[in-house]
Design a protein around this ligand. Structure first.
Ligand SMILES: [Fe+2]
Ligand SMILES: [Fe+2]
Length: 434
């Protein structure tokens, strides 16, 4: 009862702002961002939002720039709009999927409608469908703090084909009154994730604990912003994507809206088998199996190791990108929970905007490196080789794997200047549980 007057007051204030926006001709889409719901070479989904209900959800597009002159675009696609019930500003979220695109093609588009206005023209590229070298950037745990724009600008400078966020995105905790956090985060991405050649960088997202009301729950109603703002995979929070012929990515839910085990684990096992012929296989999820800051026996990590490690090992997962710890780490190659030259590389740990947490004074048995530093990973995938580079806020590469890749020595010098843990005294303690 106490909240009613405040809510009315806020609604009145919002209504005033919205009518002012309409009066000043600013009712055009508030955000525009790109996701995939399937084929990354032949489709893309244009996501945009409007504060007023629109009769249509429309994208005009072309392979040539038309500078926003609506009638000149040679192609048009229609989608649909939806809302988040009880979201105070009652905004409309529009999803328009473009299909039958050409792999490796450049497309120019505007989104919106004639009555309310269109976005400015933007351009994007579809993924090549073949064996071409491919670059993407990945990190997690962003939030909307002052370091986010700089880190995104450093990411975009590298002209990645897409950016992956491994959970803890805007830290709105699915509290519907926190919509301004998502607005700020979407503004950051829209403004900064544009390559030097002007291409808007699509996003690929995995869910984290801060996308969910109460941290951990199993109902989609507890992750509404995440599920309804981003057209990815309907209400299922785990899915796979392939990028060209060489890379398959498995985006997982580390127990936020879906438990690790059961259906998700069965799906992961089957999906890894189905994509067996793709040479590079990456998993992306939020809570790490190999922690950097929290104890090794942290609950979510134990669940992850129980449910997923045997599956990763069985299918020879190339690397897993882990987050949630707000620090940097690279592990040894691990298999059956011990070092093995044929094992999986674990990289992390989510510090693409959030402040870095302190790491232990001594490396853990599984770590090759760990440091308290904001960063993201640049990943280059070729037909026979993958290279990983950790990049800091200044745009400097401070870790390169494998060690014979270009720039490894220079990176080593930067890494050695960081405060970092001492080597472990002993290898893996006997009896360490998986
Ligand atoms: Fe987290
Ligand atoms: Fe986080």
């Amino acid at each position: 009862m106490e909240r009613t007057p405040m809510r009315n007051c806020r609604h009145g204030f919002l209504a005033a702002i919205l009518s002012l926006a309409a009066f000043t001709g600013q009712a055009a889409p508030r955000h525009v961002y790109l996701t995939w719901q399937g084929d990354t070479s032949r489709t893309i989904t244009i996501n945009y939002q409007t504060f007023e209900a629109a009769e249509t959800s429309t994208v005009f597009f072309d392979t040539k720039p038309r500078n926003g002159r609506v009638s000149e675009y040679r192609q048009k696609a229609q989608g649909s709009a939806h809302q988040i019930p009880e979201l105070p500003d009652a905004r409309n979220i529009h999803w328009v999927e473009l299909t039958n695109l050409t792999p490796g093609g450049t497309y120019y588009f505007i989104a919106g409608d004639a009555q309310h206005g269109f976005t400015a023209e933007r351009k994007f590229r579809t993924l090549p469908a073949g064996s071409q070298n491919l670059r993407f950037v990945i990190g997690g745990d962003m939030n909307i703090g002052p370091d986010v724009p700089t880190l995104l600008q450093q990411s975009a400078k590298l002209s990645p084909a897409f950016g992956v966020v491994g959970g803890d995105i805007a830290y709105a905790n699915d509290n519907l009154t926190n919509y301004a956090k998502w607005d700020a985060w979407l503004d950051h991405w829209q403004t900064n994730m544009v390559t030097p050649a002007g291409f808007t960088i699509p996003m690929v997202l995995a869910i984290g604990n801060h996308e969910v009301r109460g941290g951990t729950a199993t109902s989609p109603t507890n992750g509404q912003f995440y599920l309804r703002y981003f057209a990815q995979n309907g209400e299922r929070t785990y899915y796979s994507r392939t990028f060209g012929k060489n890379l398959a990515m498995f985006l997982l839910d580390s127990g936020h809206l879906s438990p690790h085990g059961g259906e998700q684990a069965a799906w992961l096992d089957a999906e890894l088998a189905a994509l067996k012929s793709v040479p590079t296989k990456f998993a992306v999820y939020h809570v790490p199996l190999y922690t950097t800051v929290r104890p090794f026996d942290n609950g979510g990590s134990v669940l992850g190791r129980q449910a997923w490690l045997p599956i990763f090992d069985r299918h020879h997962l190339t690397a897993a990108f882990e987050h949630h710890e707000h620090a940097f780490k690279r592990t040894q190659l691990l298999r059956e929970n011990k070092p093995d030259p044929q094992g999986t590389l674990y990289l992390g740990d989510g510090c693409w905007g959030q402040g870095a947490r302190k790491v232990d004074p001594q490396l853990r048995w599984y770590q090759v490196k760990a440091a308290s530093i904001q960063h993201f990973w640049r990943v280059d995938v070729g037909p026979k080789r993958v290279e990983y580079r950790a990049v800091n806020k200044a745009g400097h590469i401070f870790d390169v794997y494998p060690a014979n890749a270009a720039g490894a020595e220079a990176a080593e010098k930067i890494y050695s200047s960081l405060t970092q843990p001492k080597p472990p005294e002993t290898p893996k303690p006997a009896g360490t549980k998986p």
